[in-house]
Ligand binder design. Structure first.
Ligand code: 5GP
Ligand code: MN
Length: 335
């Protein structure tokens, strides 16, 4: 299969970084998702192939559904790691704050490579490979392997396929390009079991997750125009379903998928006085820009932020801004 990959010059920077340094700390954003874990673990396999020693750290425990990923058992909490690191690579992370407590393990003056695909990325690395055309950071890691001339084994391919799958919503979102599908096909050739992965990470739901869907749908709201819809998830709802924060992931697609809706939003009470807001848009509204205004970030069609205040206050503030943006003619209002 011929792979005509678009390798911007920063791929060489990243490949050189992989080759040049050893004893590397590998980081991803807190509350890691399939792309964060797939990309960092895929890269960990590549670095091991190059004979490097890697340390994997995250603020949060790895979600059960991703524990099958080869080397996922190597993750440590920042408190379990001694000293600071002079050579660090961050994956799928738009800014340093998103590294959480783990960011404190980066030594002053460290060589820091930032590998990411978020449009809101602030280039926090000493070297940066930010490929905005990539659907997933896993796609970028695949291209780094290509730049390095490394063959992928099945374990590495499994990690990379997982992030490609989750960040494209199962190859359905608008970021699903020809290159994404070519890479996916290439990964299958390495022995990836696609049904096995999609079943574990996208299809299978825990019982609390389904209970939470039932409760969340009861809160579904829509504005007069029918172009904005939202759901609300309180701590009490999560607790009475016997679930956890991770179970809320994906619920924002219910309001987003309603016919006529341009922007879907979920409001999750993260802690008393803290609300996690997730935005999804369908065609025109740049929700990454809205999330950025509220101190978060993300992509044009999927973004998020965490805000201070109770759920009602945050909802009022966010909906007012989303209404304003969605009513603008360039947002397709009146069309
Ligand atoms: P989700 O709504 O699923 O948590 O996140 C959707 C997208 O927005 C992801 O690409 C994620 O990285 C980004 N995102 C979510 N929350 C934040 C945040 O607080 N800050 C930044 N910079 N990005 C976020
Ligand atoms: Mn990603």
């Amino acid at each position: 299969m011929s792979l005509n990959l678009n390798l911007i010059p920063e791929y060489k920077t990243a490949a050189d970084f992989f080759r040049a340094h050893d004893n590397l700390l590998l980081l991803v954003h807190e509350k890691p998702d399939g792309d964060a874990l797939g990309s960092v673990l895929g890269a960990a396999h590549l670095l091991q192939k190059l004979g490097k020693t890697v340390t994997l750290v995250n603020d949060d425990p790895i979600p059960d559904k991703f524990r099958f990923l080869p080397m996922a058992d190597r993750f440590k909490l920042p408190e379990e790691v001694e000293g600071k690191f002079d050579n660090v690579i961050a994956f799928d992370c738009g800014d340093k704050r998103r590294l959480g407590r783990s960011g404190a393990l980066v030594a002053d003056g460290a060589n820091l490579l930032n590998v990411d695909h978020h449009v809101t990325n602030d280039r926090f690395g000493t070297e940066n490979l930010v490929d905005l055309d990539a659907a997933a950071t896993c796609q970028i890691v695949f291209k780094i392997a290509h730049q390095l001339g490394l063959e992928l084994d099945c374990d590495t391919a499994t990690c990379l396929y997982t992030g490609l799958l989750t960040d494209t919503g199962g190859f359905r979102y608008s970021n699903t390009t020809e290159e994404v599908l070519l890479i996916a096909a290439n990964l299958l050739k390495k022995g990836v079991a696609p049904y096995n992965i999609v079943d574990r990470v996208m299809e299978t739901m825990t019982w609390p997750q389904v209970l939470l869907i039932r409760a969340a749908l009861d809160t579904l709201g829509r504005d007069e125009s029918g172009r904005i819809a939202w759901i609300t998830i309180t701590r009490e709802m999560i607790e009475s379903a016997g679930g956890c924060d991770e179970d809320v992931e994906g619920l924002v697609n219910y309001p987003r998928n309603v016919e006529g809706v341009e922007v879907g939003i979920s409001f999750r009470e993260a802690a008393p006085g803290k609300v996690k807001v997730s935005f999804r848009s369908k065609h025109v509204v740049d929700v990454g820009a809205i999330a950025l205004e509220f101190g978060g970030g993300g992509h044009a069609r999927a973004a998020g932020c965490t805000m201070d205040g109770d759920v009602d206050a945050v909802k009022e503030k966010v909906l007012a801004r989303v209404r304003e943006v969605t009513a603008q003619p360039e947002a397709g209002a009146g069309a």
